[in-house]
Design a protein around this ligand. Structure first.
Ligand SMILES: C[S@@+](CC[C@H](N)C(=O)[O-])C[C@H]1O[C@@H](n2cnc3c(N)ncnc32)[C@H](O)[C@@H]1O
Length: 256
C-alpha cells in the first residue's frame, strides 16, 4: 500500500475509469486467476474492457473462460483493488497524489543538475506535473507527456490557472514519444523509468538532441538495484536526495 488514499471501498467497476493502455497493463501484470473471478462476477466490466480496448478482446475472453480454483469473495476483490491504488488515485483523485508528502522534495534537486533557461524540455509520465511546474518558469517550452487523460486535465487546468503559455500537455508513453528525432534539449522523467529498460532508453535518446541531457528520477531507493546498474552501465552520473516521508532516492543524469 502506498498510503496515498484508502481505495478499499471501491469495487471492480472502478476499472471502467481506466484508459485503454491501463487495461492492457492490467492483463499483463495482474494474476489472470483473480481477474477471471472478477470478470465473471462483473460481466458489465468485462463487456466494457472488450469495447474500450479491442486489442485485448481475445485475451479477456480467454481469461473469462479459464478455470480458476479461486472463488469470489469481497476480500479477494478488496485486495485486488488495493493493489491498484496508484492507478485508481490517478483516475479518481489526482489531488491526493499531488498533495502527498513524497512530492515535497526540494526543487533545487532538479534545477541544480542543469540550467533549464531557454531549453526545450520533455517531461515523461508527468503525473500531476511536479517536474513540469518546477522548470516551466525557466524553460522555453515544456512538453508534459502523460498517458492518463485525467492527469492531463489536472496539469492543463493548473497550467491555465497559473497562466503558463509554454506548457504543452500530450498523450504518449516513454516507449512511444510523439516527437521527431533530436527534438529536445532535455528529456526528464520522475517515477516512470524501469519497465522496459532498453526500449525506454532508446526512445528517450531518439528525441534528445546531440549534446542534450537525460534526467531520470526513477524513484529507486539508495541501493544498487537493477535500475541503478542499468543506468550506471549506460554512463549516467547520480546522486542521492530526500523524498520526504519516503526516504533517500537516487537521481541520474547523462549528456548525450
Ligand atoms: C508515480 S507517477 C509520477 C508523476 C511525476 N512524474 C512525479 O514524479 O511525481 C507515474 C506517472 O507516469 C505515468 N506512466 C506510467 N507508465 C508510463 C509510461 N510507460 N510512459 C509514460 N508515462 C507513464 C503514470 O500515468 C503516472 O502519471
Amino acid at each position: 500500500m502506498l498510503g496515498w488514499k484508502d481505495v478499499s471501498k471501491y469495487d471492480f467497476k472502478v476499472i471502467t475509469l481506466f484508459e485503454a493502455i491501463q487495461l492492457e497493463w492490467l492483463f499483463k501484470w495482474r494474476k489472470h486467476e483473480e481477474l477471471s473471478v472478477l470478470l465473471n462476477k462483473y460481466p458489465e466490466v468485462s463487456w466494457f474492457i472488450k469495447y474500450k480496448n479491442p486489442k485485448i478482446k481475445g485475451l479477456v475472453e480467454q481469461v473469462e473462460a479459464m478455470h480458476s480454483d479461486l472463488s469470489y469473495s469481497r476480500e479477494l476483490e478488496e485486495r485486488f483493488i488495493c493493489s491498484l491504488e496508484d492507478w485508481i488515485v490517478y483516475v479518481i483523485d489526482p489531488n491526493s497524489y499531488d498533495q502527498h508528502s513524497h512530492n515535497n522534495w526540494d526543487p533545487n534537486e532538479l534545477l541544480g543538475i542543469i540550467d533549464f533557461n531557454g531549453k526545450t524540455v520533455i517531461d515523461i509520465g508527468s503525473g500531476t506535473g511536479k517536474q513540469t511546474f518546477i522548470v516551466a518558469p525557466l524553460a522555453e517550452s515544456v512538453y508534459s507527456v502523460e498517458p492518463i487523460g485525467n492527469l492531463r486535465t489536472f496539469i492543463s487546468d493548473k497550467r491555465d490557472l497559473l497562466g503558463y503559455k509554454n506548457i504543452f500537455v500530450v498523450d504518449g508513453l516513454m516507449t512511444k514519444l510523439p516527437y521527431p528525432d533530436a527534438f529536445a534539449d532535455i528529456v526528464m522523467s520522475g517515477h516512470v523509468f524501469g519497465d522496459h529498460f532498453d526500449l525506454e532508453f532508446i526512445e528517450m535518446s531518439r528525441v534528445l538532441k546531440p549534446g542534450g541531457m537525460m534526467i531520470l528520477i526513477p524513484g529507486n531507493d539508495d541501493k544498487d538495484n537493477d535500475t541503478h546498474k542499468y543506468l550506471v552501465d549506460k554512463g549516467f552520473e547520480f546522486s542521492v536526495f530526500l523524498e520526504p516521508g519516503d526516504g533517500y532516492k537516487r537521481k541520474y543524469w547523462l549528456t548525450k
